[in-house]
Design a binder for this molecule. Structure first.
Ligand code: ADE
Length: 224
């Protein structure tokens, strides 16, 4: 999978892709993430990429031309399955969307800054708009990192234990059951006997029951 991320501040996103699992996925060639600084497509000497909104109002708007040029150049090089704009106005990211995107070949993520992007970029290029929650960030960059992480970890071979993505919270609309590792007793708190029993069908049953209980308690909407 290749993800092209277009941003006014690409440096903001370097560290998540230079560490740990995402770094390994890139080194192994399972994912390629390419950053594009939108200022490189600005047509004036000041490398301007934003301007005041027509009709007045607070904040600046990311100009149509640099974004259009950048996206058009990328589109001339390969086919993109989705061109995604990260915005609080988008559909809220969930595991199903991450699963769907993880089987795509090429994606573009567009990060907005200031007040957002000129509507005509959306009209011309954007195929999907995604929000990572009902709150407003300073820009789409952190949201792009969240989305990239959620998608890349699902690519075959990225997680060491192939099973672990399958047993995630949300993968079957259930939250995760409690998990434990050594020691057996800590400050009087004991690991449930069933997990020490070696009886795998009982363990599976317990995990499923606990997942149901926790989901009903915390996120009953998932069970509807
Ligand atoms: N940009 C600013 N806030 C955002 C959010 N909540 N989700 C996605 N992109 C954003």
């Amino acid at each position: 999978m290749r993800i092209d991320i277009i941003s006014a501040v690409p440096d903001l996103m370097l560290s998540p892709f230079r560490t740990s699992i995402l770094k390994r996925a890139m080194e192994k060639g399972q994912a390629e993430v390419v950053f594009h600084d939108i200022r490189n497509w600005s047509s004036n000497n000041y490398r301007q990429i934003d301007d005041a909104p027509y009709g007045g109002g607070a904040g600046m708007v990311m100009m149509v031309e640099p974004l259009d040029k950048c996206i058009s150049e990328l589109k001339s090089q390969r086919h993109y399955d989705e061109i995604i704009y990260l915005t609080p106005d988008g559909e809220t990211l969930n595991q199903k969307t991450a699963n769907t995107l993880s089987i795509k070949e090429n994606l573009i993520f567009v990060c907005g800054h200031y007040k957002g992007i000129d509507q005509r970029v959306r009209d011309l290029h954007i195929t999907k708009e995604i929000s990572i929650g009902d709150y407003v960030l300073t820009g789409g960059e952190l949201a792009a990192c969240v989305l990239a992480d959620a998608v890349i970890r699902l690519l075959p071979g990225v997680l060491n234990d192939e099973q672990s993505a399958l047993t995630d919270s949300f993968q079957d609309n259930l939250l995760s059951p409690p998990i434990y590792t050594r020691p057996e007793v800590y400050k009087g708190l004991k690991v449930p006997d069933v997990l020490l029993s070696g009886n795998f069908s009982k363990i599976e049953q317990w995990r499923h029951d606990e997942a149901l209980r926790i989901t009903a308690e915390r996120r009953p909407d998932l069970l509807d």
